[in-house]
Design a protein. Structure first.
Length: 266
């Protein structure tokens, strides 16, 4: 296992032909590998136009649920919606408009804040102008003046170098913070985060944080949020951490974590 991990951390793996890399992935089923980095690269998860996935009108006309890293999101939002018959929702790392199309049909009084990299936001802005959507907004959370019902990190928080600053900006501006498909382990003797290299998207090489559970929960507790739900995420089939030391990274897995602002409890 150590030899394979060393190989996956090498430039040799990075430069492999994508056909061979896919064959190796199919054989090993290694999704991630631990690195010696302390922080994510500055230019992590670079995007270009080939990443765009905007099916447009087809999604607007279908009732099919889009891919969700948290499969119960529509049900959770329905519960929140029943309280005030409205939803203000921020999708951090939204990637496309599939979720917007689905939720916009589901809720009448619905505001959707779209946050992603600038190249994605530019494409979304073009669609907003073309379709004359009046309930999609491209504001960063620090520029939002209303109280949000939920900020949703759909498998995105782990790719943010400044994740603490991002969470702080969310604090007190939203009732719920939902962090889905987050790689988490449990060990009070280790640091807050470990940097991993992602292997299953070769030839694209991305890095992400593996989170230590207690420091993350403590950080949000100090910012007035309580953890109200913790579940293992099983959305991605066969996703595993079998090449990690399970004694060191206890109960390592993908988790869904739902936090609620303390003063909102009735």
């Amino acid at each position: 296992m150590a030899i394979l991990n060393s190989f996956f951390n090498s430039k040799l793996f990075d430069n492999l032909h994508k056909f061979l890399a896919k064959k190796i992935f199919k054989f090993t089923k290694y999704f991630f590998v631990e690195t010696k980095f302390k922080n994510l690269p500055i230019l992590n998860y670079p995007l270009n136009e080939k990443h765009f996935d905007f099916p447009g009108e087809n999604s607007a006309l279908t009732n099919d649920k889009p891919y969700l890293s948290y499969s119960h999101l529509p049900d959770l939002l329905s519960i929140i919606y029943k309280e005030n018959n409205k939803i203000s929702f921020l999708d951090y790392g939204a990637a496309n408009l599939n979720l917007y199309y689905y939720l916009d049909k589901k809720f009448e009084n619905f505001k959707y804040y779209f946050v992603d990299q600038e190249i994605i936001k530019k494409k979304v802005d073009e669609i907003i102008q073309e379709k004359k959507f009046n309930n999609i907004f491209l504001k960063e959370i620090e520029h939002i003046n209303e109280k949000l019902d939920m900020v949703y990190f759909g498998s995105s928080l782990q790719y943010l170098e400044n994740y603490k600053n991002c969470l702080i900006k969310c604090c007190k501006k939203t009732r719920y913070i939902l962090i889905s498909q987050l790689p988490v382990f449990f060990n009070s003797n280790l640091s807050d985060t470990i940097v991993m290299k992602q292997l299953n998207m070769h030839p694209e090489i991305n890095y992400l944080y593996l989170f230590n559970f207690e420091p993350l929960v403590t950080f949000l507790n100090k910012n007035n949020y309580n953890l109200v739900e913790k579940n293992i995420n099983k959305v991605t089939k066969f996703l595993n951490f079998k090449n990690f030391d399970k004694n060191k990274y206890k109960d390592i897995n993908m988790y869904d974590l739902l936090f609620e602002y303390k003063h909102e409890k009735k």
